[in-house]
Design a protein around this ligand. Structure first.
Ligand SMILES: Cc1ncc(COP(=O)(O)O)c(C=O)c1O
Length: 369
């Protein structure tokens, strides 16, 4: 979700942004100095459009270890974020005659917008409690689909093991492609995260992720792993698009990963975000008793379904907006979302526990006023 932060809001629960004040400035600066000292002049020329071999090796190790991705460095393509990975795949699929791609409903509005820019129609497909619903997927006739299986955005469910298998069976049966957007797969607070779908069938899944949630979205750095059958076309698209990602940034991230700084950063964020999630859940219990928080303990946001007495949704949103509390209803993210209750997508990661508590209190006051 790329919605801009509201400038004058008294409380801000918009989802999608990590805590930018946790950016590891000192470690990043040290890595930058190290990289500038060690990079030979030769390395400052045009890079391999797939990315620096050193970074692809570091990412392959990282993604295999942390996410169970089948990640030969030769398969890794460095991109400027999930957004660029999406656009590249869109162009390649379009060139192969694909004109429609399934997207989760509810889902990230960015997916549809990015595929549209490549000439593909996004076909919204409903979810059930286990993931993308199998029946509607089969009936839709699409042969490519975008998914967020580790932590569905925005509903917050993790795809069940059965649904993962069904999804891959479907992809094989239609000679299709599953795109796996692992946008926040590193953040799971109650157990080790479920491994990537790509690990189960690397020839049917294109896997993408970025540092946007773990370091900062402004770095514009991410990765894409594609089935062998698509690799050459994707790399050629990447080449003609921008001749590759900036070399210094790539070397920097490689060094950052190699030296364990990236793992340290993930642990630090993980601790902070778990505490913030717990704070939000308990503040909701205190100020909005009976609220049902759904979704696994993961990522940067929760779904909160408020008891009927706080509705209807239009009234709730009017009152919170008037009080300067920025919130997004789940209905903003899909057509198949229940419209009777107040269902909110509440981002918590970008703010301190104190601000979270104050924000929930303000929200409650807005409704009493
Ligand atoms: C589900 C999801 N995927 C991808 C992105 C974009 O990621 P990136 O910054 O890596 O391009 C966003 C942005 O917030 C998102 O919400």
């Amino acid at each position: 979700d790329l919605a801009p932060r509201p400038a004058g809001a008294r409380a801000d629960f918009l989802p999608g942004t990590p805590d930018l004040s946790l950016f590891p400035r000192a470690a990043w600066a040290a890595a930058q100095r190290g990289v500038l000292a060690e990079l030979p002049h030769q390395a400052l020329g045009y890079p391999d459009p797939r990315g620096l071999p050193r970074l692809r090796t570091a990412l392959a190790e990282l993604l295999a270890r942390r996410r169970g991705v089948v990640a030969d460095p030769e398969r890794v393509i460095v991109v400027s974020g999930v957004a660029q990975a999406t656009t590249l795949l869109g162009f390649v699929l379009h060139a192969r005659g694909v004109r429609a791609i399934g997207v989760e409903d509810p889902g990230s509005p960015e997916h549809g917008a990015l595929y549209a820019s490549a000439g593909l129609d996004a076909v919204p497909l409903p979810l059930d409690g286990e993931g993308l619903a199998s029946g509607p997927l089969k009936e839709s006739g699409v042969r490519a689909v975008v998914t967020t299986p580790a932590h569905q955005f925005p509903s917050g469910i993790a795809y069940s093991a059965r649904r993962r298998t069904e999804l891959l069976d479907w992809a094989r049966s239609v000679d299709g492609l599953v795109v796996e957007d692992d946008y926040d797969g590193d953040f799971r607070y109650d157990r080790a995260p479920v491994g990537a779908l790509q690990g189960l069938d690397p020839e049917r899944v294109a896997y993408t992720g970025s540092v946007s949630k773990s370091l900062a979205p402004g770095l514009r750095l991410g990765w894409l792993l594609v089935p062998a059958a698509l690799a050459e076309e994707v790399v050629e698209r990447k080449r003609t698009m921008d001749l590759g990602n900036p070399v210094v940034d790539q070397a920097l991230l490689a060094r950052f990963v190699e030296r364990g700084d990236y793992d340290r950063q993930l642990r630090r964020c993980q601790r902070a975000y778990r505490e913030r999630r717990d704070t939000l859940v308990s503040a909701l219990e205190e100020h909005f008793p009976g609220t049902e928080v759904s979704g696994i303990a993961a990522g940067l946001h929760v779904i909160a379904v408020l008891p009927g007495r706080y509705g209807p949704p239009e009234y709730f949103l009017e009152r919170t907006a008037a009080a300067g509390v920025a919130v997004r209803p789940l209905t903003d993210y899909g057509r198949t979302v229940e419209r009777t209750d107040v269902r909110l997508v509440l981002g918590y990661a970008h703010q301190s526990p104190a601000r979270i508590r104050d924000g929930v209190r303000l929200m409650a006051q807005a409704l009493r006023a």
